[in-house]
Design a protein around this ligand. Structure first.
Ligand code: FAD
Ligand code: NAD
Length: 464
């Protein structure tokens, strides 16, 4: 039996785990990381990266397809394009492969030992990894659980056959002719939009009264309108019941009664659940927070010497939250004084148009009891948006009425994901409306919408 003793053991090499291990290595901490599948976790292998690659490819294809249909207002015409989806998938897989190698290389450069295999707790300081050469026992002073999350299955619609999860959707080798998406949240709408652009007939079945219920209706409106323009059918207040017709159709319950939807694939994206089963977690005495591992503001669990980060610790289940937690925990292990002090965690939905949100929405700010000012600047009054031929959407600011401190910034617009950094920085630096107004925003850019929303809130917008 092989035995290793180290100062820090990280279980799971997703964005949370690998960031924690790399930072720990940089700080000279003797670190081991165990990964059951591939370095990079959900995000790099079957999540953020491959999905964004497909979304980009789909948008490129749609642009040419529109030109071929005579729908291009810019005077560009094209002959009807074809999509070699196998080539698209190979391109996407190569990006994933490059980044996989990159993460493994970064771990090595930081002096971190990567053990491949599934880790199981023997006790709070020891895990066992079954390797082909026999069991590998790892003893550590501190253990970080970074095991991430996995797709939720519906009992009436288990994965298999035509029923696929996001992982299955990202592994398809052809574009399904008819795709039913169950769950109109992040994944369902990002991937549903991509497949619609690539030619699939897409129907979204969403249980609540509107798509993306985690965002307010003002933000989701432009996305709903664009889905409709793309020909995507969105059925809200609709719940999947069961497969019928030998698994080729789905029975759904709507306010108007039962409907049957035939499809080649049924993509179930009704949320993700923390990965807490199968590795002996139940043998430890950890406090839980619903299905998640309970942590404090230093990512410490209820057991001394065990921390947890990333999706396994709760919402929002986002890669950049996991990474920020991982970095913090490594620094704490190195003896730095750190605690979770971030003002906000940006959220972006890579739909078309994209939604960006940092801090509080107007509704959330209202519920704090503070007097607030909220204003929005529409992209139809923004020169850059017009030159991009995309005037749908807006940027909105939410600020305290008394001292103008920004509490939240949201936007919806084509390609505005990159503005999230400016929004986050403003909140982290405790910017007031006047700070945004006093900052020169380059012309012509969509970021001028942020400037103008702040000016509007101060009563002197220029371009509206
Ligand atoms: P994970 O990335 O899930 O990694 C956990 C790792 O632990 C896995 O590699 C797993 O194999 C390993 N593991 C688990 N148990 C064990 C064990 N016992 N022993 C050894 N290894 C183990 N987030 C964003 O911020 N932006 C996006 O655009 C985005 N897009 C997404 C698109 C899709 C389709 C999906 C599914 C998710 C997306 N997410 C996105 C969410 C993001 O992927 C997660 O928030 C992020 O991966 C969480 O990181 P993590 O380190 O907590 O866990
Ligand atoms: P989600 O929570 O975003 O959406 C799930 C949707 O399914 C909800 O709208 C919910 O009302 C609906 N639903 C639930 N049960 C249903 C049922 N029986 N029938 C019909 N609809 C039902 O979950 P997701 O899309 O699976 O994504 C999981 C998580 O992954 C997200 O919460 C997010 O944290 C992360 N993610 C982030 C990004 C990003 O940052 N761009 C992208 C993809 C995923």
């Amino acid at each position: 039996m092989n035995e290793i003793t180290c100062k820090l053991l990280v279980i799971g090499a997703g964005p949370g785990g690998y960031t924690c291990a790399i930072r720990a290595g940089q700080l000279g901490i003797d670190t081991v990381i165990v990964e059951a599948e591939k370095a990079g976790g959900t995000c790099l292998n079957v999540g953020c990266i491959p999905s964004k690659a497909l979304i980009h490819a789909a948008t490129e294809y749609e642009t040419v397809a529109h030109a071929a249909d005579g729908k291009n207002a810019l005077g560009i015409s094209a002959t009807k394009p074809s999509l070699d989806f196998v080539k698209t998938v190979t391109w996407k897989d190569n990006i994933v492969r490059r980044l996989n190698g990159g993460v493994a290389g970064l771990l090595k450069r930081a002096g971190v030992r990567l053990v491949r295999g599934y880790a199981r707790f023997r006790d709070g300081k020891t895990v066992v990894v079954e390797e082909p050469s026999g069991p590998q026992v790892i003893h550590a002073e501190t253990v970080v659980i970074a095991t991430g999350s996995e797709p939720v299955a519906l009992p009436a619609l288990p994965f298999g056959g035509r029923v696929i999860s996001s992982t299955g959707a990202l592994a398809l080798t052809e574009v399904p002719k008819r795709l039913v998406v169950v769950g109109g949240g992040y994944i369902g709408l990002e991937l549903g939009t991509a497949f619609a652009k690539m030619g699939a007939t897409v129907t979204v079945v969403e249980a609540t009264s509107r798509i993306l219920p985690q965002y307010d209706g003002e933000l989701t409106g432009p996305v709903a309108r664009h889905l409709s323009a793309l020909g995507v059918t969105v059925l809200t207040g609709a719940k999947a019941k069961s497969l019928v017709a030998g698994g080729t159709a789905l029975a759904i319950e709507t306010a108007d009664g039962e409907q049957i939807l035939e499809a080649d694939k049924f993509l179930v994206t009704v949320g993700r659940r923390p990965a807490t089963d199968g590795f002996g977690l139940e043998t430890l005495d950890l406090d839980m927070d619903g299905p998640f591992i309970r942590i404090d503001d230093r990512c410490r669990t209820s057991m001394r010497g065990i921390s947890a980060i990333g999706d396994v610790t709760g919402e929002p289940m986002l890669a950049h939250r996991a990474m920020a937690q991982g970095e913090m925990v490594a620094e704490i292990v190195a003896g730095h004084r750190r605690a979770w002090d971030r003002v906000s965690i940006p959220a972006i939905c890579f739909t078309d148009p994209e939604i960006v949100s940092v801090g509080l929405s107007p509704g959330e700010a209202d519920r704090t009891g503070l007097d607030i000012k909220t204003d929005l600047f529409p992209f139809k009054a923004n020169g850059r948006a017009l030159t991009l031929n995309r005037e749908d959407g807006f940027i909105r600011t939410v600020a305290r009425a008394d001292n103008h401190l920004l509490l939240g910034i949201q936007g919806v617009g084509a390609g505005i994901a990159e503005l999230s950094a400016a929004f986050s920085l403003a909140l982290e630096m405790s910017a007031r409306l006047e700070d945004i107004a006093a900052t020169i925003h380059a012309h012509p850019t969509q970021s001028e919408g942020f400037h103008e929303a702040a000016l509007k809130s101060l009563g002197h917008a220029i371009h509206i």
